[in-house]
Design a protein. Structure first.
Length: 332
């Protein structure tokens, strides 16, 4: 898949997820096979660009190309300025968020709320494309609700505005993440566009990724929640799409090493106190399929230092790898 000057290979994209796809997680997913990893959404409101949260979200030092940064807002001029600001800070692709279903985002007439205003969509896309000399992509849902699946209309507006690629989540805004994603709307959009289209929603296995590509004719798949705690899923999908063969699941020793590396990256990126706190949700995702998950989290979540967190995590996975019941010592 081609986005501007960038060849996205393999055609497996990590979806932007607030509070998840920070720089440490993007780097890990790129290492494990993502052809593209999109940042958490950054606000278009310049009043918040210098907060600690925004500074972390705009940190792309050492990140391999292409660096894709998602922006969210509602005013064309403000989004155009945000695009210029992020390009100045390392963005090589600008992605516009018109897919987020979160209430606080939609109440501000951003995210998927914009799908109700095709005229505003056209003004936003034209303003952002004109503002920067890097490719601009767009992420949408199939529509606002079941009675208003207007993704084909929005897609045509996007292509006419010069959008370089379009990602579509196969749910309407009012579905949030309930039920099952549908792919017929995505297939209809792909059939009418010349630009690349990326299918998103419920892609949680190599077989599902291949089936969605067959059904929709899309150029790539986008993986979201299924990668939480399973970043190697991106590698498994890429391998299956390229060869038709399944990779074996990672050995526990590899999972341990990946997780410990991820924890160290979080500690270094955010600082010890914030890094330990942010790491807790990742620890829960990694361990969620294990019988000892609840006991593991009860202990590890009490760790207050990076050293404690790393020690307890290593001990847990080492025991599992050796076939021993994990010893979960109390934290002093």
């Amino acid at each position: 898949m081609q986005i501007g000057p960038y060849r996205i290979d393999p055609p497996v994209v990590l979806a932007p997820m607030a509070g998840v796809t920070d720089k440490p997680f993007r780097l890990l997913c790129k290492q494990l096979g993502a052809g593209l990893a999109v940042s958490e959404m950054t606000t278009a409101d310049p009043r918040f660009w210098h907060t600690a949260k925004s500074r972390h979200r705009m940190d792309h030092a050492g990140e391999p190309a292409p660096v894709s940064v998602q922006i969210a807002g509602t005013e064309p001029e403000q989004l155009a300025a945000a695009a210029r600001h992020n390009v100045a800070h390392g963005a090589q692709i600008i992605d516009i968020n018109m897919g987020c279903p979160a209430k606080k985002v939609c109440n501000a007439w951003a995210g998927s709320a914009l799908l109700r205003e095709p005229g505003r969509v056209a003004r936003i896309l034209a303003a952002v494309v004109a503002a920067v000399d890097v490719p601009v992509t767009l992420k949408i849902r199939t529509g606002w609700d079941a009675g208003h699946r207007n993704a084909p209309l929005i897609a045509r507006i996007a292509e006419d505005a010069g959008i370089a690629a379009l990602a579509i989540h196969g749910r309407t805004r009012d579905q949030l993440y309930a039920g099952s994603a549908e792919y017929d709307t995505i297939a209809a959009v792909k059939a009418m566009l010349a630009i690349p289209v990326i299918a998103n929603g419920d892609i949680d296995s190599p077989h599902k990724a291949a089936a969605v590509l067959r059904h929709t004719g899309c150029d790539a798949v986008m993986v979201g929640r299924a990668a939480q705690g399973r970043p190697w899923l991106l590698r498994e999908i890429a391998h299956f799409l390229a060869t038709g063969r399944l990779l074996p699941p990672p050995a526990l020793a590899e999972v341990r090493d990946l997780l410990l590396g991820h924890l160290r990256a979080l500690h270094a990126f955010y600082g010890e106190e914030a890094g330990v706190r942010i790491a807790r949700k990742h620890l829960g995702w990694y361990a969620r399929d294990r019988a000892e998950n609840a006991a593991f989290r009860a202990v590890v979540n009490r760790a207050q230092t990076a050293a404690e967190q790393l020690h307890l995590t290593a001990a847990y996975f080492d025991a599992l790898a050796d076939g021993r019941p994990p010893a979960l010592p109390a934290v002093a």
